[in-house]
Ligand binder design. Structure first.
Ligand SMILES: [Zn+2]
Ligand SMILES: [Zn+2]
Ligand SMILES: [Zn+2]
Length: 531
């Protein structure tokens, strides 16, 4: 425990030094901003109004304006910051981790007074920008703090799990990617609630997440975590690399900007760069790109997108959001800055528009390869992992028979027609999470999705589960090939309770083909052994 305290002290001390340093610089930032924004050029009357509005007293000479403005604006901003921090558990004089320090040092500019004079808003934004530049200048120091925070987090986790029961430790480790571990101290704060929370396990990465943390109370059959969802969202835009590690981000009442600073290595030149964002709102936000209802996205100071809320009266309940391609705005081998802003709204606006506020978002930046339908199909077909072997397919049939034991089914019938085109299937496939034997034609499926004009929805046409990883069924492939080679007219295939094909002609052909194939495989295996 002593060790933890010492580490926390070190972190706090370093944070306080930075905090004081920034506080000393802010008046200078205001003066710089005044110069840059040519504040001096506004009318004398307006100058007086602004000072009055900020609670300052009348001044006599024009040259007193800027010092006066600096003084009044600063005390106003500090007052507003104090107010906004009241509803949080942040102590403005003693930040305990880096995230808190940033919250404490940045200024909030969405209050009425600042909003009523665009020059004040610009000025506040300018100060915030300077503070950011300052932070960028001390990246190495910040990295050291981050490392220490991580160390502290690990130590806390260790000491905690030593105290807790063994199985609880086990649980904890499986939740490391969950929101509760995304901010130092948060896990401990909400631990009591987590103990009773529903547990969701990601079908792709097998990591556990708390229903409580993701605001999900209902059972989800095909739960896919935010990390995997962001990567898999549109498999045709195949992720090659993560440029910025995906993270949870929450807009707070007083800090409605999120900044991402990153370098994009030259090796990504030529590939597309995309930013993706999910809203954690317990609804379908986890399944699709959702940007803030009301806000904007900037990159290197250029507004790339504006998010406008839908009218309450509008019949469409959800805006169709998509990932944002930032390729043309990337500076390679230079620092890039992405700013996501959630505009403030008031009760009046909320009555008219669908606006959700202060939600948690999950954001990542990726380099991707845009594949057309043909390339995507080839991409799937080239990987061994995308095939279900004949043996595994047999197992699946057996399973299907045994799970239906009570009903005592004599046979299973499977249509060989694609549910999309009603033509004979060419490449029989299912989604990775599908629980049915029935296949669709992979090429038809991909073409159908490729033809969707707006956002593409990757769901199995048969069971409607998420479908962006596929399994091509080797067994059904063989059957389909035999039908075509022998010009048979079968449109479906029936299997008896032993998993054998009922149709005698087809069964004979199939047995022959499989025997040949196994012999071939055996020969190959023997060759490998003797070599
Ligand atoms: Zn959690
Ligand atoms: Zn996952
Ligand atoms: Zn399915």
């Amino acid at each position: 425990m002593n060790q933890n305290n010492q580490l926390q002290d070190e972190i706090t001390k370093e944070l306080l030094t930075i905090k004081q340093d920034i506080e000393l610089k802010v008046p200078e930032f205001i003066r710089q901003g005044c110069l840059e924004l040519k504040v001096d050029q506004i009318s004398t009357q307006k100058k007086q109004d602004i000072i009055k509005c900020l609670g300052g007293i009348k001044y006599k000479q024009d040259k007193q304006f800027i010092p006066k403005l600096t003084e009044c604006l600063l005390s106003h901003l500090l007052r507003m910051k104090k107010c906004s921090l009241q509803s949080t558990n942040i102590n403005p004089t003693r930040p305990i981790y880096l995230g808190q320090l940033i919250t404490i040092t940045m200024f909030y500019y969405e209050d009425k007074i600042i909003k009523s004079y665009s020059i004040l808003e610009e000025l506040t934004k300018f100060i915030n920008k300077q503070i950011h530049i300052y932070y960028e200048g001390i990246r190495d120091r910040l990295k050291l703090i981050k490392d220490k925070e991580q160390q502290l987090l690990n130590q806390l986790r260790n000491s905690q799990s030593n105290n807790d029961k063994q199985n609880e430790t086990q649980q904890d480790v499986n939740f490391l990617k969950c929101y509760c571990h995304s901010q130092p101290g948060l896990y401990v704060q909400i631990k009591a609630k987590l103990n009773t929370s529903k547990v969701l396990q990601c079908k792709i990465c097998s990591q556990n997440f708390h229903g409580f943390c993701l605001q999900i109370n209902h059972d989800i059959q095909d739960f896919i975590c935010p990390y995997c969802t962001l990567v898999m969202l549109n498999p045709q835009n195949k992720v090659i690399d993560q440029i910025v590690q995906s993270t949870f981000q929450q807009f707070l009442q007083f800090k409605n900007e999120k900044h991402f600073l990153f370098n994009c290595p030259v090796k990504h030149k030529g590939s597309q760069i995309e930013i993706r964002c999910l809203r954690i709102d317990g609804k379908d936000g986890l399944n699709e790109i959702t940007w803030p209802d009301y806000g904007e996205l900037q990159m290197n100071g250029v507004k790339l997108a504006e998010f406008k809320p839908l009218s309450i009266n509008y019949s469409v309940k959800k805006r169709k959001d998509d990932s944002i391609n930032i390729t043309n705005h990337i500076k390679h081998n230079e620092q890039n800055r992405i700013t996501l802003i959630e505009y403030k709204s008031n009760e009046e606006l909320k009555k008219q528009f669908r606006i959700q506020h202060q939600c948690i978002y999950f954001i990542g930046i990726f380099s991707i390869n845009q594949l057309n339908a043909k390339e995507f199909l080839l991409d799937i077909k080239q990987y061994h992992k995308n095939y279900l072997s004949i043996e595994d397919s047999f197992k699946l049939f057996k399973q299907e028979c045994s799970t239906n034991k009570d009903v005592k089914i004599k046979s299973i019938k499977i249509s060989l027609l694609c549910p999309i085109t009603l033509q004979l299937i060419n490449i029989p496939a299912r989604g990775r999470f599908c629980n049915h034997l029935q296949c669709f034609d992979l090429e038809n499926f991909i073409t159908a999705i490729d033809d969707q004009r707006d956002k593409k929805i990757w769901k199995c046409p048969i069971c409607k589960l998420k479908c962006f990883k596929f399994l091509i069924d080797d067994y059904q492939q063989v059957i389909l090939e035999l039908i075509s080679e022998n010009s048979l007219s079968n449109k479906e295939v029936e299997f008896n309770e032993n998993g054998e094909i009922s149709d005698l002609v087809l069964r004979e052909l199939c047995n022959q083909r499989l025997k040949n194939q196994y012999q071939m495989n055996d020969r190959i295996k023997k060759q490998i052994k003797t070599d």
